[in-house]
Design a protein around this ligand. Structure first.
Ligand code: ADP
Length: 253
């Protein structure tokens, strides 16, 4: 599934908070189609790196390239438009809306952005049909067609997670950033999440922050280990498991 086409590349990326360097000259390259996990001890800089890639935080130094273009100074909204989607730990679901409305709203936000206001005036019918078709396809893909008209609040926990993924997919991302999808989950819920990711996100490029090392080993094509803001190691799950530096960083703190 991993291609040799680079989708995301950071070049000597630096983020400082005052004197403190949270991201320290990080060169990260992600190929289209791969599942990449970012792991590392608490405070290693994983979330900061995500925030730099999505544009939630401005960089201190270095560049970020997406699909061959320099996106270092683009706004978060512009990055979403270019195809960077993010799924948050904190839900981005509107509980009072139906399942379908939640997906459609996300589809609509990107539609307006991608095709522009003037174009949307000319062919409104085509546009709505396209959006509705896309919404239906996503509901199907996440397995929620049957409950499409139910209020999101009423969904079972696992179905809420599915809907969250649907909301991200509705923005048609080329790269999905996934922030601790199993945070606070039981063993069974974690297993369900693994199946869901394998099932629904199989053809996506995924950048994942995850503490559950079993999940990381099971899902990742490659793993990047951060420690004190720097890349400590990078490789396949087997390579990372056998890496002494990684073992020391985790065990020694
Ligand atoms: P991780 O996600 O790997 O746990 P973070 O990226 O959240 O790590 O944090 C990396 C380091 O940067 C931590 O030491 C944290 O305290 C610091 N940090 C993160 N955000 C800020 C901020 N807004 N201001 C100051 N320090 C921050």
């Amino acid at each position: 599934r991993v291609t040799d086409e680079t989708i995301l590349r950071t070049d000597e990326l630096v983020k400082k908070f005052g004197q403190f360097t949270a991201t320290d000259r990080v060169d990260l390259t992600v190929e289209r189609g791969e599942f990449r996990s970012i792991i590392g001890p608490n405070g290693a800089g994983k979330t900061t790196l995500f925030n730099l890639v999505t544009g939630a935080l401005p960089v201190t130094d270095g560049r970020i390239y997406f699909d061959g273009e320099d996106i270092t100074t683009l706004s978060p909204a512009e990055r979403v438009r270019r195809g960077i989607g993010r799924s948050f730990q904190i839900s981005n679901i509107f509980g009072g809306l139906s399942v379908r409305e939640n997906v459609r709203l996300a589809a609509q936000s990107i539609d307006r952005d991608r095709y522009g206001f003037v174009e949307s005036l000319f062919k409104p019918t085509d546009r709505y049909k396209g959006m509705n078709d896309r919404t239906d396809r996503i509901l199907e893909r996440i397995g929620l067609s049957d409950v499409a008209d139910e209020e999101a609040n009423a969904l079972a926990y696992g179905d809420k997670r599915r809907l969250e993924i649907g909301v991200v997919l509705a923005t048609e991302p080329d790269l999905v950033l996934f922030d601790e999808p199993t945070a606070g989950m039981s063993v069974e819920e974690t297993q369900e999440t693994i199946e869901l990711i394998e099932d629904v996100l199989v053809d996506q490029t995924l950048l994942l922050i995850e503490h559950d090392i079993e999940l990381v080993m099971e899902l990742s094509d490659r793993i990047t280990v951060l420690n004190r803001g720097q890349i400590l190691a990078e490789g396949t799950p087997d390579e990372i498991a056998a890496n002494r530096d990684v073992q020391d960083a985790y065990l020694g703190g």
